[in-house]
Ligand binder design. Sequence first.
Ligand code: MIG
Length: 815
Amino acid sequence: MKEQTFASETVVSGWKPAGPGAVRLDLGRGAACEVSIARDGAVRLRAAAGGTLPLDPSDAIGREAWRPSSAEPYTGDGGCVLMRFEGPEGQAAVEIGGDPLEIRVRERDGSPLATLSGLAFSPCGAARIALETVSGERFFGFGEKCGGLDKRGRILRMRSQDANLRTGSDPLYASIPFFLALRDEGGRSRALGLLLDAFAPSRFDVAKSDEDRVWMETTAGGLDVTLFPGPRPADVVRRFTARVGRTPLPPRWALGHHQSRYSYRSEREVRRIARQIRRRGIPTDVIHLDIDYMHGGRVFTWNARRFPNPSRLLRDLAADGFRVVTIVDPGVKVDRDYAVFRDGRARDVFCRNADGSPYTLLVWPKTSMLPDFNRPEVRAWWGEQHAPLLDAGVSGIWNDMNEPAGWQRELRIGRLVVPLEAQDMSRVVQADPVAADQRVPHESVRNLYALQECRATREFLEAAQPERRAFVLSRSGHAGIQRHAALWTGDNASRWPHLRESLPMLLNLSLSGVAFCGADIGGFAWSCSPELYARWIQIGALYPFARTHCMLFARRQEPWSFGRRVEAIAKAALELRMRLMPYLESLFRESEATGAPVWRPLFYEFPDDPAAPNVEDQVMVGPALLAAPVVERGARERDVYLPAGTWTSFASGARFAGPVTIRVAAPLESMPLFVRGGTVLPTRTPVRHAGETPAEPLVLEVFPGADADTLLVEDDGESTDYRRGVVARTPIRLFHRAGNRLRLELGARVGSFPVPARTLRVVVRGSPPPRAVLLDARPIPERETPPGFATRDGSVHILVEDDGRAHAIEVDPAP
Ligand code: MIG
């Protein structure tokens, strides 16, 4: 990004109401500006140097519409313009000072929440603005970024690009110009979110050059900034994702382990991998096919020699419980004998240079063209190209190279391709995403490219198979990519710093709305060591998206490639994921409803704990699980910070009272994992893939220490019927001290999803042998058949017939 020269700060010379919840400000020099309040208390500023405001992109990029409040502007003391709104979903009070323009957002009690100032435009279309900050305020989010959790003091750029295997590079593949600010206000924290809704490259100076401000700059398209009030981080993420979209509930199989490699090159190899996985009993649901399944990199084709009969292959794999995800790159090979290219050319779907000449670049299939996904008819066309893949039995689509990536010159040595000169898209124009009949420079909408591609893919998958939940995986993305695709963090390396960095990176991505995210387990580039793979899969098995993947020429990276010991470790880690599947599903369900991330930094759950924001090597998986992975070579113990509450070691059952930092043993076989007191964790016995029926489909693991109130939702795990309410709901309440008993209340199951009769196991963790266990107030015998109980490994196991009716289980005395 070039340095910009900015005109002086803008001054307000007049104002007028601009429809519900909005005020239009006259800024002089022909600039346009509007401030508005949404029904949930979000406050938005749009401004442009020219007379027209940046158009609202919502509809054009598939978002819900902005929901205006009914606030009306009026003049306050000292000539400020005021606007207030209070409704059931939120409130905001905005005060606009005119000379220079300053927008102050206040709390209900009048205390300041956020101040925007410094609005200025440059002659070449750039715009900037600043958010004031106080010392000690921290900044999280920013999508996919290297480095630590808190980004204060950093300069961060948003320009989607193919990044080169380095820690510390910026920008990376995805551009999500959103952050969450967290400040401490005398023992209580307050969170605020900000979205700089620009599709053009942008830049954040996070209190680096000016310690009192976060400066934000866009290169084109004017400014569109939205503030999302908290006060909790969860409130911010809820409001932000209400605006940009949330992760649709994935099919259960997509939450299983994905096994990948660049590439499994032939049907023979794929069958061998599948056979090994099942023979060794390593839980895995998905096999990915990277670029070599195609005929010379031609998207939507198969290599007939190496994959002679894809339908048969995929049918056989399906019979063994495997799904197949195929990679699809946006570059379409220029080849007159290739139907996709010919048809695309005939329909004029590809990007052109401003002078009308076709734009070509080099990617894997050599000279190629890029579809312009900003045009609705191109998205529809692109979607339809997937039909043969679906017909062959492909279950999901992996969108790589969609920054977009490419180059001008290359060197090829066998299968190795060395790009020599970055692609030059400076003359390329695309359809304006908002007004598709107009052309804009590619650069000004670049960061939207992947989102529009994935949107095309998902819309097609959902239209073609409306009864199935779609799975799309993307490398690049913009705010809201989660509506369309899961995101993986691109080419990391099989190196310890990359494992370490995956934690803050995925946590910040999660706060940025992308709940379904993961890094390549074991690292993509270079060769992974046995110890690194063991440590990586231990935490990787808890990534929201769990895929092992590695590069061409790298050492093999299947879970059994590192010897028996590491294979057992990988198997145990993936069995744990399978065991936790009902819990994981509940987190994704919550994410679809509220935007809550699956992976959460400690401060998300414990926002008033001043130590929590410093913790970047531990994660909360949902509200209940605290994982403290080992990310240092050779380490066999580590410190773990446990916030306030009761914590139980998942492995040993040992109990701790937080806040406390403890030193725990972490032999290679184990990753420290703790459960928050007051949790009823829905689990099941592990299976090898989503299609298998668990021996015990529902095991409720109870971790005492506090009361709990949750709702267990069950469905078929695969279809979209849940959207029409075909689910079974069981309310569950835990009273950890009801008199001197522990009492678990299962409410009557409601809903139309049929749950087959089953035995329910309740495991009260960390419990000495009780005097008695009661079911519906009657003591049950000590035996391993329902109804009955047994004490072992420090837990009480209670078996009851699950008939869908309300039951109360009591353990006397409470552990
Ligand atoms: O590096 O399709 O990030 O996951 O295996 C070349 C080949 C292009 C980059 C992706 C990687 C994938 C690879 N691709």
